[in-house]
Write a protein that binds this ligand. Structure first.
Ligand code: ADP
Ligand code: ILO
Length: 346
């Protein structure tokens, strides 16, 4: 579907932030603008127009998109993160500032912990607008930097092109690799030239992983079984520092790390646990009251847009901008402690 210069037809029952904030007046003001990479408002909204069940519905093509189309992005950012145009974002990746002793040392509730950040290379368009040549260059540059890592972070880069179906599917079902054919990403132009230029790096025991050229150019991931959140955060921050010695990431003093989806701006961090909460799961209203209080999000067991299985949920921080990385993890930790306390009492 190609979008033209007219205000798009948006379904009556559309609940996305795109549908909430894209008025005919806003569209009119933006419809003839383009960023230096040729990204237009039609490109920004395409995913949300084609996928009417989107929660957000917009993607940026580059750092400039957030400025060029601010009449649409600013209210969406304010709504999702509670972050206003005059607010200031600050980063803190110091694990010493985190207070997160294992909330479930006997492994009754928490199955695994995962913390990821999104990163994009400074000076290049985002995956939504990037050329095949630049995407392939990123794969090369980043995989060389990763292959040089040592110690616990030492591992191997596996390109998606040439990976056997069995290995690929196993990596996905074990929660290590991204899925193929996501329709939200497809509409946003993020699956162009698939699978070329994409791949995954991981260490032997798969506690440190990097996705290359999925929704963001890098997703740096630390994960392990159980609830030692601090160990997972410490590994991640060490890895980020090492990678930054070789690669410069796109960062803006106002909105933090630049990402293709506005939900990931700021820290670009999602800290999650897979946790067994069958009793709370049977009382969604109560469950949501707690997750809302602690700024948490509930996802299904196979990631975003998936369902829960066997009373196991993916619980993660919702706020990523206007809070530090330490605060993102602290939100998740505090909420998980509260959830376990309530589940125990039921
Ligand atoms: P992202 O976290 O990068 O936004 P998804 O929500 O799609 O993307 O999750 C990616 C994968 O990571 C999925 O397979 C998901 O099940 C897995 N995952 C997320 N959190 C955890 C966790 N705490 N333990 C194990 N796997 C996890
Ligand atoms: N575009 C999708 C996903 C939004 C948030 N998630 C990610 C992975 N960026 C939507 O609007 O539902």
């Amino acid at each position: 579907m190609s979008l033209d210069n007219r205000f798009p037809m948006l379904a009556e029952d559309c609940n996305s932030l795109l549908c909430k904030y894209l008025t005919p007046e806003v569209f009119d003001a933006l419809k003839d603008r383009k960023t230096n990479n040729g990204f237009s408002i039609q490109d920004v909204i395409k995913s949300g127009v084609e996928n009417i069940d989107s929660g957000i519905g917009v993607y940026a093509g580059d750092e400039l998109s957030y400025h060029t189309f601010s009449e649409l992005f600013d209210p969406i950012i304010k709504d999702y993160h509670g972050f206003g145009v005059d607010d200031i974002h600050q980063s803190n990746l110091n694990p010493d500032d985190l207070n997160a002793p294992n909330p479930d040392p006997d492994n009754h509730y928490i199955i695994s912990t995962r913390i990821r950040v999104g990163r994009n290379i400074d000076g290049l368009p985002l995956g939504t607008a990037i050329s095949k040549k630049d995407r392939n260059l990123i794969e090369k540059k980043v995989s060389i930097a990763l292959n040089a890592l040592t110690g616990e972070l030492s591992g191997t880069y596996y390109p998606l092109s040439g990976m056997s179906e069995i290995v690929r599917e196993q990596l996905i079902s074990d929660h290590f690799l991204f899925k193929a054919g996501d329709r939200f990403l497809e509409s946003a132009g993020l699956n162009r030239n698939w699978p070329e230029g994409r791949g995954i790096y991981h260490n032997d025991n798969k506690t440190f992983l990097v996705w290359i050229n999925e929704e963001d150019q890098l997703r740096i991931i630390s994960m392990q079984m159980g609830g030692d959140i601090k160990a997972v955060f410490t590994r991640l921050t060490t890895a980020i520092k090492e990678i930054e010695k070789k690669v410069t990431f796109s960062y803006n003093d106002h909105i933090g790390y630049i990402t293709s989806c506005p939900t990931n701006l700021g820290t670009a961090m999602r800290a999650s646990v897979h946790i067994k909460l069958p009793k709370l799961g049977a009382d969604m209203e109560r469950f949501k009251t707690i997750t809302d209080k602690y700024y948490l999000q509930i996802r299904g067991i196979h990631g975003e847009h998936s369902d829960s299985e066997g009373g196991i949920y993916d619980i993660s921080n919702k706020r990523r901008l206007g809070v530090t990385e330490v605060q993102c993890v602290q939100d998740m930790f505090d909420g998980v402690v509260a959830l376990i306390t309530v589940e125990k009492g039921l």
